[in-house]
Design a protein around this ligand. Structure first.
Ligand code: ADP
Ligand code: GLC
Length: 482
């Protein structure tokens, strides 16, 4: 009989997305299905989710869930079951899932995601009739409290259940003041160093890490990095304490959505044996961004505009990039200061740098199809998906050697070029000199068409589908359910 898993996420493609978590949570049910896992996903009922599911089927009604009326409603996410927490007082708001339209975190995030965790714990623990699960899989701090509720405050009639928590980004921890503790509905015993208490406040991610049967993160290198203060961001001690339960499983990509041979959002489809058909995509992108057309390299960036992503360092090297014959098309949104800096760079280099501020999924596909190389100068990167999409689309990734970027790109050094295995360019340390040198190296490689085509083809041959990682998750689940 299939193993029944409840996956708890705060976003999932195609219903709600701010970053890679949505891609992963959306693809996971299909990734584990061939390995005997029946996965149900649970999401908060944001406006986009409620619009997409329509009425759904009522599973349970709460007169008051942490102060708001709420309902659990079942629907579908693609071919797989979905449960939505419909709680308008918490989720029916314009703005993002975590922040208001001005970009400030919602002040009641602790209550919104504690409520999500409470309802998820009721469902996972079997307190809500008609559903039963063998294991609960929580993603990031927004889902982590489910594991704390299952541990410290299981619902009446609930039972113990195996659990996994996945860290998609340890920088986001869901840390709140001690004053929220009495309102969480947890017993006093939860207020301890090995419970939910963290540096004198409440740590949602910390509480989940302490309660989980297994901890995963989204690449082997990041799994090693978060043992150190530089990457662990204060949680390195917790990670070390549970070290034998920490696994690094690299993300896959959904090849039904990201495949240059079938992608409907790009100007011309192409594949490994028809690389020349990338050209119309490059021309279309130049036109879309108002860039001069020439045969030099077109760099692209598709990113949140944040310090994590090294976008401040990117700004510093743009004059150099243009100076050696490069052009840049950038799609992103985030920090206002970075946006302003990018606009200034575009104004300095009309026709050479084009900027699109905002969030645009089809454009992200067109950029992977039309760009020659994608820049990913992240200071840390748990996995990173944009370099995986780039590999699949023949857009050469130029990446910092950290986290999943280190694990998924093979640097075009002399040995790898000689062996014919290179798939991109890596550099050490996110600073002006390192990124500048990497861009120069990329331009030099681009000027050797045979070597460049080999790098593109090597990337396109890589298998970053979910096949292997889907099995890795399924094996982990099976090992935890006895
Ligand atoms: P992170 O989750 O840290 O932002 P990832 O590389 O894992 O980084 O995932 C980012 C995802 O978000 C990718 O699917 C990427 O294409 C997408 N993305 C990022 N910024 C934008 C944007 N401005 N418009 C469209 N898609 C974007
Ligand atoms: C986070 C990380 C990113 C990862 C994504 C999906 O947003 O920043 O590196 O790819 O989660 O796991």
């Amino acid at each position: 009989m299939a193993l029944s898993v409840l996956s708890l996420a705060s976003e999932a493609v195609p219903l709600i997305k701010t970053g890679g978590l949505a891609d992963v949570a959306g693809a996971l049910p299909g990734a584990v299905a061939p390995h005997g896992v029946a996965m149900t996903t649970m999401l908060p009922g944001y406006p986009s989710v409620m619009r997409a599911i329509g009425k759904g089927r009522l599973l349970h009604a709460y007169p008051s869930l942490m102060g708001e009326p709420a309902r659990l409603v079942s629907a579908t996410l693609g071919d797989h079951p979905l449960v939505v927490l419909d709680a308008p007082g918490f989720f029916a708001r314009e703005g993002g899932p975590y922040a208001d339209p001005a970009g400030h975190d919602w002040a009641d995030n602790w209550r919104r995601f504690a409520a999500f965790g409470r309802a998820a714990a009721d469902l996972a623990g079997g307190a809500i009739k008609r559903k039963r699960f063998d294991l609960v899989h929580a993603h990031d701090w927004q889902a982590a409290m489910a594991l704390a509720y299952l541990r410290f405050a299981p619902a009446d009639g609930g039972r113990a259940i195996a659990s996994v928590i996945t860290i998609h980004n340890i920088a986001f921890q869901g840390y709140f003041g001690a004053e929220v503790f009495p309102q969480l509905g947890l017993p006093d015993s939860a207020w301890s160093m090995h419970g939910v208490e963290y540096h004198g406040g409440v740590g949602f991610l910390k509480a989940g890490l302490e309660a989980a049967g297994a901890i995963t993160t989204v690449s082997p290198t990041y799994a090693a990095e978060i043992r150190s203060p530089q990457f662990g961001m204060g949680l390195e001690g917790v990670i070390m304490a549970h070290e034998n339960r920490v696994h690094g499983i690299v993300n896959g990509i959904d090849t039904a959505l990201w495949n240059p041979e079938t992608d409907r959002s790009i100007a011309a489809s192409f594949g490994l044996r028809s690389l020349a058909r990338r050209a119309p995509n490059k021309r279309a992108l130049e036109e879309e961004f108002g860039l001069e057309q020439d045969d030099g390299p077109l760099f692209v960036v598709v990113s949140r505009l944040t310090w994590q992503k090294g976008m401040d360092v990117l700004l510093e090297v743009l004059d150099h990039l243009v100076g050696i014959g490069g052009r840049l098309a950038l799609l992103g949104s985030g920090d206002a200061a970075l946006e302003a800096g990018l606009h200034a760079a575009a104004a300095r280099h009309p026709g050479r740098i084009g900027i699109r501020i905002g969030y645009d999924e089809p454009l992200a596909h067109r950029m992977q199809a039309g760009g020659d190389a994608i820049l990913v100068p992240s200071r840390f990167e748990p996995c990173g998906l944009t370099q995986l999409y780039a590999l699949a689309y023949g857009c050469v990734p130029v990446v910092a050697r950290t986290g999943g970027l280190a694990d998924t790109v093979i640097d075009a050094n002399i040995a790898a070029l000689g062996a014919g295995t290179a798939t991109g360019v890596q550099f050490d340390g996110v600073n002006y000199h390192a990124l500048r040198a990497a861009i120069s190296r990329t331009v030099a490689l681009y000027q050797q068409p045979d070597a460049w085509r080999t790098i593109q083809r090597n990337g396109m041959k890589c298998d970053f589908s979910w096949a292997r990682s889907g099995k890795a998750y399924a094996d982990l689940y099976a090992s935890l359910v006895t």
